[in-house]
Design a protein around this ligand. Structure first.
Ligand SMILES: [Cu+2]
Length: 250
């Protein structure tokens, strides 16, 4: 999304709190369930109407373009009130430390395969590790332990993957050969790992798992034990059947 005049967006927070430093953006990529705290300076826009625009094709990133009259428009800001006094506010250079979760402390690494197939009626069926929602639990992390999850997206669309209970960090994304993977289930990387975008380097509970890439996240399962879920946050995907239980064990 972006503001029609190109007014900058300063992102200061992600799903789980402050970023370490503000990130200046001309546009913001936000998948369903991702959140961003932003600052927009309207002080020089008096008496203007500014549209917040969406230009994300659906499915993202290579699907049908938006309709500029409907899906391309999100909301409108109408700047009508003058400032009552001089604006002395400023955006701090640093916000709050985001202490990185250490990779070497991760005792478990899981490959999580995001599967797109068709059912017996030819309808699209989206699965996590090839399993339906009501099959037996396969993810049973121990309370307080750190795990790395490799989200393997061999399809053509991004999946916003959301974990309940916890906030995690994105380690990196690494491109791989989809054809080799679909034939052999083996990952052949085609490039080096890429760090998350500057505005993704905070606490997250939803991450865009991008097509043709392994998106690696690091998670500490706390503070509670019990039954939680992880799922794609696209409604059509999670409903059929891209959602699975997690049991956090003592
Ligand atoms: Cu999905």
């Amino acid at each position: 999304m972006k503001i029609e005049t190109g007014l900058p967006i300063y992102q200061i927070g992600t799903d789980g709190g402050f970023l370490e430093t503000p990130v200046k953006l001309n546009e913001l990529i936000l998948a369903p369930a991702e959140r961003a705290d932003v600052i927009i300076d309207f002080s020089k826009c008096n008496e203007k109407n500014l549209d917040l625009l969406n230009d994300a094709p659906s499915p993202f990133p290579s699907g049908t373009p938006v309709d500029p009259e409907t899906t391309g428009r999100i909301m409108q800001f109408r700047v009508i009130l003058p400032l009552p006094c001089k604006d002395r506010s400023y955006i701090p250079e640093s916000l709050y430390p985001v202490l990185p979760l250490t990779e070497c402390l991760a005792k478990v690494e899981r490959n999580m395969n995001l599967v797109v197939q068709t059912d017996q009626y030819g309808r699209l069926l989206f699965l996590l590790n090839g399993k339906m929602w009501d099959e037996a639990v396969t993810e049973t992390p121990k309370l307080g332990k750190i795990e790395i999850w490799n989200l393997i997206n061999s399809g053509f669309a991004a999946h916003p993957i959301h974990l309940h209970l916890i906030q995690f960090q994105i380690l990196n994304r690494q491109p791989f050969d989809i054809q080799v993977f679909n034939q052999t289930q083996k990952i052949k990387f085609t490039g080096p790992p890429i760090l998350p975008e500057p505005n993704e380097r905070g606490w997250k509970d939803t991450v865009r798992s991008t097509p043709g890439e392994v998106t690696r996240i690091i998670v500490r399962f706390e503070p509670y034990t019990g039954r939680y879920v992880w799922h794609c946050h696209l409604l059509e995907h999670e409903d059929y059947d891209m959602m699975r239980p997690i049991d956090v064990l003592d």
